[in-house]
Design a binder for this molecule. Sequence first.
Ligand code: NAP
Length: 498
Amino acid sequence: MAEALLQAEKLKNFIGGEWVETQDSTEVTNPANGKTIVQVPLSGADAVNTAVEAAKKAQKEWALVPAPRRAEILLQVGILMKERKERLSQLLTMENGKVIEEARGEVQEGIDMAFYMSGEGRRMFGQTTPAELPNKFSMSQRAPVGVVGIITPWNFPIAIATWKSFPAIVAGNAVVWKPATETPIMAYELAKIFEEAGLPKGVLNVVFGKGSAVGDAMVHHDDIRVISFTGSNETGRNIASECGKQLKKVSLEMGGKNAVIVMDDADLDLAVEGIIWSAYGTSGQRCTAASRVIVHEDVKERLEERLLVEMEKLSIGDGLDESNKVGPIINKAGLEKIKDYIEIGKDEGAKLVAGGYVLDDDVYENGHYFAPTLFTDCTADMRISQEEIFGPVISLIPVKSFEEAIEVNNGVEFGLSSSIFTSDANRVFKAQRDLDTGIVYVNAGTTGAEIHLPFGGTKGTGNGHRDSGVQALDVFTEWKAVYVDYSGKLQRAQIDTE
Ligand code: NAP
C-alpha cells in the first residue's frame, strides 16, 4: 500500500532542485506493524555542503523577488497540499503511526500555515516612525538572514516543518532541512510539492540522514546563519551550546511536562474528555501531551472513576483503521523508555490503576503498542511527575487548593502547555496570568495549537523563540533600521537638537 501511495522504493535528497541519489540508506518501518515502507538516504557532511552552496546561490536571487510574489508560491503549495490531503495523511499515519484522524489534522495544520504565511507576503510589517530631526525619515524593516537550517522531529513530521520552512521562505531565505530519519516521507512529499509549485531551484533543500551526521554538519556550517530546531532537550541543549560558540542564532522548541488542572467546580465530563484526548491522543507522543493531571482532592475520586470508564473504551491499533483512537509508539526504544518509567513510578510508590504494559499479542503483529496508563496518588516531586515520558501515561496528583494547583503546575523544568477546567471566572483570569507556560488552555486539554498564534514554551522547553504565528518571522529575519535624511545637510542625531 505504501509503495502504491509513495511511488518510490528509495527516497533521494533534494538539493539545488535536483533529486540526488545517495550510496547509503536505511529502512523506514511502519510502527503499526514493523513492515518496511521505504529506504531513506543516510547522507553526510558532503551533502550538507552541496546543499548549502546551492542554497547560498539561490538565496541571493530569491531575496530580490518581491515578497508578495514569493508568497504566491506558498499559496500554490497550500493548494497542492489540500488536493493531496488524504494521500499525505495516509502516508503520515504509515510512517509515524498516529491515527488517521489526527494525521488529517496535522496535514490541515500545514495547509493552514501555507495560506497564513502566503498572506504574510503582503504584510511582513515593519514600522515607520517620526524622526527626531527635521526633514528626516525613519523606518524599520525585516531582512532575510540568508541560509537557514531546519531540524525537525518525527512526532509532527509535516506540521513542524511548515511552521519553520514557510516563514523562512516567504521572508526571502533559502532553507536546508534535515527531517527525522524515522519519518522522512512527509519531507519528500513536501519537497515534491514545492518543486511543482514552482519554487526556484535551491531555495528549499532536503538532506536526509542522521542527526549526528547531517544535523551536526548543519550546526557547524559557517554559512548557515540560523538553526531552527525542534526535538529533545538533550539534543537541543547541545545544539545551542555549539551555536553559541559560533554566535549562530538558534531557535529551540523542546520537551514538555504538561498538566491539566481540574478544580472542584469543573465540568467533570468535559474534563475527562479533554484529558483522554490530550493524554492518549498520538499515544502521548505530542510535545503538548498532558502527562500530569492536577486534581482538587474533593473531586479526585469521581474524576478517576470516570477516567477509567473512558479509558476502557479506547480502541488501540493501526491508525489506518478509522475505528482506532490510539496508535503505536514510534519505535522499540520509545517503548522501552515508557516501560522504564512504569517501574520508576511503581518504585516511587505511585498507584498504578490502569495500563502499565506493552500490548504484544497477535493482534498487534510487530507493532509497538503500549496500554493507556494511569498512575494515581502521585506526588509532585516524583520522577514520573517531573520528567517527560513521551507515552500514554498520566500521573494524577491530588491538591488541596487552586493556589497549590498552580504551584504544582509550575514546579517542573518545562513550560510548554497547561490547561485548567473550572467554572469560576476569577480563577480563569488568575490561571491565565499565573500558569508559567507558553500555551494556556481554559476548559479544554493541553493540545491543539492554531497556527496564527505563537507556539513554544518557557523555561526548559525553549530559548525564548516561537514557531508559527507572525512571531516565527523573528527567527528568520533581522530587523534593519533605515534613516533617510532629505535635509541636504549633515544632521547629527542627539547633537543637532536645537
Ligand atoms: P531528537 O532525538 O532530539 O531529534 C530531533 C531531531 O534532531 C531529529 O531530526 C534528529 O535526527 C536530530 N538530531 C539528533 N541528534 C542531533 C545532533 N547531534 N545534531 C543535530 N541534530 C540532531 O528528538 P525526537 O526524539 O525526535 O523528538 C521528540 C522530542 O521532541 C520530545 O522531547 C518532544 O517533546 C520534542 N518536541 C517538541 C516540540 C515543541 O515544539 N516544543 C514539538 C514536537 C516535539 P535523527 O533522529 O534523524 O537522528
